[in-house]
Design a protein around this ligand. Sequence first.
Ligand code: AMP
Ligand code: MG
Length: 326
Amino acid sequence: MKTIVTDSPEEAASFILSGETAAFPTETVYGLGADAFNAAAVRKIFEAKGRPTDNPLIAHIADVGEVDRVADFSSRIAQRLAERFFPGPLTLVLPKHTDVPLVVTADLDTIAVRAPENKEAQAFLRVCACPVAAPSANRSGRPSPTTWQAVLEDLDGRISCVLRGEPSVVGLESTVVDCTTDIPRVLRTGGVTLEALREVVPDMQGPQHDPGDTPRSPGMRHRHYAPVARVVLVDKAPSIPPRETAGYIGIEDPGETAQSDSGGRWRLVEQVATPEAYAHRLFDFMRRCDAAGVETIYCQTVEPTGIGAAIMDRLQRAEKGSAGSR
Ligand code: AMP
Ligand code: MG
């Protein structure tokens, strides 16, 4: 299959309307979409990504007014969260309407819904005029793509189209909140912080950390966000570059920033100023390290508050899923 790269939301939407797949930019990461009401089209997403079929997708809508096309939106708490955070990097899990094919939700009777804030995503979704089911547009298990080039790196020849846009501003996936229980719970940390959610819903539950608990967000069981390189977490910048071919990302300056193939110098260094910049750069840095043949990526840990909670979640998953412990 030839993958078309386009700047036209109309052209990208034409593939969705004819039952094909198209990747599109959002503020979190790039998504790989198909018409949520077309089961055969949605199956192509799972095939292209090599995604386990028990990992549900997110229904993307152009506007908060479309939530009730796919879900029961009668929960007052869900409405208040949507009022405050839609459009934006928040996904709400709600009771699913029965006419949405079960392939979208991996057989669950709940559905995840999000209205992205990114302007190109909104233009694309408006032309599609259907809810677009989409996970991140990467090969399953790889770091999510935050640029259109990263989408092609993983999926060129496996999907019909990529809508070319800017690099994703947030750089990490959306926060997923389960609104089907009396007290809503964060199932996945992401672009909207727990602190911000609690301003609207003070008793919002944080994510479960006990690995013995059955994850309510099925995708959380799977290997995620892992580069080919081994990921090592460090609480401060190593002052001496390691002997192996290594990369470093962190807020502190690691000192020796020269890039060279030998002599114990860092091959690639990404020194960020803020946790937001860390989130924005992280997945792209992992991909650049893989492209440069880096063996080990040293990632500085951050305070697990605000966006730092999502950064630490992704770093810990990458560390677990990376070559060193695979
Ligand atoms: P991705 O956008 O690639 O991160 O994939 C979407 C993620 O949303 C899944 O991996 C799940 O973690 C989450 N998700 C989607 N639908 C549901 C649902 N019905 N209940 C709980 N979590 C969901
Ligand atoms: Mg994903």
